[in-house]
Design a protein around this ligand. Structure first.
Ligand code: KDG
Ligand code: MG
Length: 402
């Protein structure tokens, strides 16, 4: 079998997605998600100009060699644009392999390690009252694991907590909107949030919280300690990931489980965190982590240290990435939990999935390949809309991490 052509489709059914369709001389095609929130066209053009010409004529079964060719062969390694493009190609090739052999991708990776996947979703509100209401609503729907985010009193907007009901921080426009941050206000408020949640809902709910890289190592240690007795499932991205030693300070100060890695692109971004056992969950996802091929290696390394994989699954990645995560999660032994935020209703015009998704749970399907379809005619009805993630500043306008 040979690759003969690759389409790059950019569409916006509710938000922007970059999709690739790898075509073969045998009529079988594979789908990949190349979406990088706020930088979509950079990946699309990188694919068109540099990656796709190198794929023509290659055998799509050679997933390892093609991955090495695209990663090591290029000389310029790593980076989110590069790795997202490679990730999309890799997942599309696994899709082709599965379809050609008539098996779901998880059967090519090691088979089923579990019957279903636990998922968590987002519960958020602009203030304490609306956040508690949202948790109650989601719990009634059947969710038992929730990422709880709440507007901080005195701050206008907090990483994606907006007036509308869904977490959607990207905003249409020619340049990013700006948000304002105050770590002191946040640190004072956040224990009150979790105290109120536990008081109202008891100890059964699994609670997750995302700090979104906002704190210094010492502030993160303090927050971890103050949240310890609320028994969190995890505390995510407490500090910017570039300084991996920061995690040692946090780890030595608190037993709160730590998650990190949604912006990581290679195993090297988490190698020292894993072998030094400084985190509990790795949040790399298939698209941004360079595909299924390298992510299986990350999972294997993490498994040696009882660290679990918990793929980033935001609605700014398409159902194709989610499908790739589902196959990966189904097969690895060290699966933690899968994030599933849901999508705007119009997404199903373009993407059709075969997995059974219910509140708090995903059951993988045995459809050959990744088990997801894309309707290209429908995609054309939703043209790309330039959007950016926000930029974040302190009250005195010093630039801070978003
Ligand atoms: O594009 C950025 C979002 O995917 C990110 O803000 C979501 O932090 C996030 C999460 O944990 O889902
Ligand atoms: Mg996150």
């Amino acid at each position: 079998m040979k690759i003969i052509d690759v389409d790059v489709i950019v569409c916006s059914p509710g938000r922007n997605f970059v999709t690739i369709k790898v075509r073969t001389d045998e009529g079988i095609f594979g789908l990949g998600d190349a979406t990088l929130n706020g930088r979509e066209l950079a990946v699309a053009e990188y694919l068109r100009q540099y990656i796709i010409p190198c794929l023509i004529g290659k055998d799509p079964f050679d997933t390892e060699d093609i991955w090495q060719y695209l990663y090591r062969g290029v000389y310029w390694r790593k980076g989110p644009v590069n790795m997202t493009a490679i990730g999309a190609v890799d997942m599309a090739l696994w899709d082709i392999k599965g379809k050609a052999l008539g098996v779901p991708v998880y059967n090519l990776l090691g088979g089923r390690s579990r019957a279903y996947l636990d998922t968590y979703t987002h519960a958020q509100g602009t203030d304490l009252t609306s956040t508690l209401e949202e948790i109650g609503r989601l719990q009634d729907l059947g969710y038992s694991a929730l990422r709880v985010q709440c507007g901080v009193p005195g701050l206008d907007k907090v990483y994606g907590v907006s007036s509308h009901d869904k977490y959607e921080p990207a905003r249409e426009g020619e340049r990013p909107v700006e948000e304002v941050w105050d770590s002191h206000k946040y640190i004072q408020f956040i224990p009150k949030l979790f105290e109120a949640v536990r008081l109202e809902f008891g100890i059964e709910l699994r609670l997750l919280h995302d700090v979104h890289h906002r704190l210094t190592p010492n502030e993160a240690a303090l927050v971890g300690k103050r949240l310890e007795h609320f028994d969190l499932f995890w505390l995510e991205d407490t500090t910017p990931a570039e300084n991996q030693d920061a995690l040692r300070l946090i780890r030595n100060s608190t037993s709160v489980p730590l998650a990190i890695g949604e912006i990581f692109n290679t195993v090297y971004d988490c190698q020292s965190l894993i072998i030094n056992q400084l985190v509990d969950y790795i949040r790399m996802t298939i698209a941004h982590g360079g595909g299924i091929t390298p992510m299986m290696k990350v999972a294997s390394l993490a498994s040696l240290y009882q660290i679990k994989m918990a793929c980033h699954g935001p609605s700014d990645l398409s159902p194709i990435n989610l499908a790739a995560c589902i196959h990966f999660d189904t097969t690895i032994n060290n699966f933690g939990i899968q994030e599933y935020m849901g999508y705007p209703a119009m997404i199903s015009d373009v993407f059709q999935i075969s997995h059974n998704i219910t509140p708090g749970r995903i059951e993988p399907s045995d459809t050959p390949g990744l088990g997801v379809e894309v309707d290209l005619d429908a995609a054309r009805k939703y043209p790309y809309k330039k959007s950016f993630l926000p930029v974040n500043r302190l009250v005195d306008r010093t630039l801070h991490n978003w």
